[in-house]
Design a protein around this ligand. Structure first.
Ligand code: A3P
Length: 295
C-alpha cells in the first residue's frame, strides 16, 4: 500500500508527526532511565555482596554450558547437599538477582558466581578466579534460538534469529574479549565439548587451577549430579525462575549435544558465521587452545 506523501499532510498530519516523534523520544528516554536504574541497582548489590579473593566466577556467553559448570563446581567445593530449591541459591547469577530485586545471599567460601557480563565489567583489581566455558558458536546460536522460542516467542523463526545473531555479533565480541584477557585476570578456559567427551579430565584441570583438594567423593558426586540425565530429570532446579504456571515449555536442559549448529544452519549462514569467526575469534582461539579449533 502507498504511503501518504508529506505534501498531502494537512495541519493534523504535521501534528501527528510531531507527537509521534515526541513519543519516540520519551520511549528512548524511558529505556535509558530504566537501564540506568538497573545499573545503579547492580552497583548497590555488588557493594553488599562484596568481593572475596577466593570467589570463583563462571563466565560464559549464554547457552554455553554455564549451568553444567555450576553443578560441577558446586560439588567440587562443598559437601554437595542437594536440598537447594534452585541452583541460584548456591551459585547466584548476581546480575539477574539484582535485576529482580533479590537480597544478596550469605554464602560460604568459595562462592561460585555466574556471569554473562562483558569482559570490560571486570577491572584489573577484580579478586577471585574465572572459569570461562567456551562452546562452538553455531551450537550456541541454535541453543539460544530455542531458548528464545521456547520461553519468550513461540513464533520465532530460525532465519530471523540468526540474522540478528550475525548483525549484533555479540557472541563473537564476548568470546574475543574474554580470550584476549586484556586485564590479565586469572582465567581457566574450558570447552563445553571437552566436558561432553571427557569430563573427568576437565574436572582434573579445574581442581589444579583452583588449588582445591582432589577429593574422590566430591569428584564422583560432581560427575553424577552434573550428568545430562540427572539435570534433565531435575529441571526444576535449573534455568528460568518463572512461576510454575508460566513454565509451559520446560526446555532449559534441552539436548546437551554438540554439532546441531552445523546441521541446522544453511550453507550461506555457515559461510556468514565463518567470515566473522575468522575475523574475530579464530586467532584468539588458537592462542587460547592451540591449533585444535572448535569449529
Ligand atoms: P542445548 O540447548 O544445546 O541442549 P547454559 O547453562 O549456559 O544456559 O547452557 C545451556 C545448554 O547446556 C543447553 O544446550 C543445555 O541442554 C546444555 N546442558 C545443560 N546441562 C547439561 C549437562 N549436564 N550436560 C550437557 N549439556 C548440558
Amino acid at each position: 500500500m502507498k504511503k501518504l506523501d508529506k505534501k498531502e499532510y494537512n495541519g493534523y498530519g504535521v501534528l501527528a508527526e510531531l507527537t509521534f516523534n515526541i513519543n519516540k523520544l520519551f520511549g528512548n528516554l524511558a529505556r535509558y532511565f530504566f537501564n540506568l536504574s538497573h545499573k545503579f541497582k547492580f552497583e548497590q548489590y555488588k557493594i553488599i555482596f562484596g568481593e572475596r579473593k577466593d570467589d570463583i566466577y563462571i563466565s560464559t556467553y549464554p547457552k554455553s554450558g554455564t549451568t553444567l559448570m555450576q553443578m560441577i563446581l558446586y560439588h567440587l567445593t562443598s559437601d554437595g547437599k542437594m536440598n537447594f530449591k534452585h541452583i541460584y541459591d548456591v551459585s547466584p547469577w548476581i546480575r539477574n538477582a539484582s535485576f529482580i530485586g533479590q537480597k544478596p545471599p550469605d554464602l560460604n567460601s568459595p562462592r561460585i558466581i555466574k556471569t554473562h557480563d562483558s569482559y570490560k565489567e571486570f577491572g584489573k583489581k577484580t579478586k577471585g578466579k574465572f572459569i570461562y566455558v567456551y562452546r562452538n558458536g553455531m551450537d550456541v546460536a541454535i541453543s539460544n534460538f530455542y531458548q528464545q522460542k521456547n520461553y519468550n516467542n513461540s513464533d520465532l523463526k530460525l532465519d530471523k534469529y540468526l540474522n540478528s545473531f550475525f548483525k549484533q555479533k555479540k557472541w563473537f565480541k564476548h568470546t574475543r574479549e574474554w580470550m584476549i584477557n586484556k586485564n590479565k585476570l586469572s582465567i581457566l578456559y574450558i570447552k563445553y565439548e571437552d566436558l561432553l567427551n571427557n569430563k573427568t579430565k576437565e574436572i582434573d584441570r579445574i581442581i589444579s587451577f583452583l588449588g582445591i583438594p582432589r577429593n574422590k567423593k566430591a569428584i564422583n558426586r560432581a560427575l553424577k549430579y552434573s550428568s545430562f540425565e540427572f539435570m534433565k530429570k531435575n529441571e526444576n532446579l535449573f534455568g528460568e525462575q518463572r512461576k510454575v504456571s508460566e513454565k509451559i515449555f520446560n526446555q532449559f536442559i534441552r539436548k546437551g549435544k554438540s554439532g546441531e549448529g552445523k546441521s541446522l544452519l544453511a550453507k550461506e549462514q555457515k559461510e556468514r558465521f565463518m567470515v566473522y569467526y575468522k575475523r574475530m575469534v579464530k586467532n584468539v582461539e588458537e592462542k587460547t587452545f592451540g591449533q585444535k579449533l572448535n569449529i
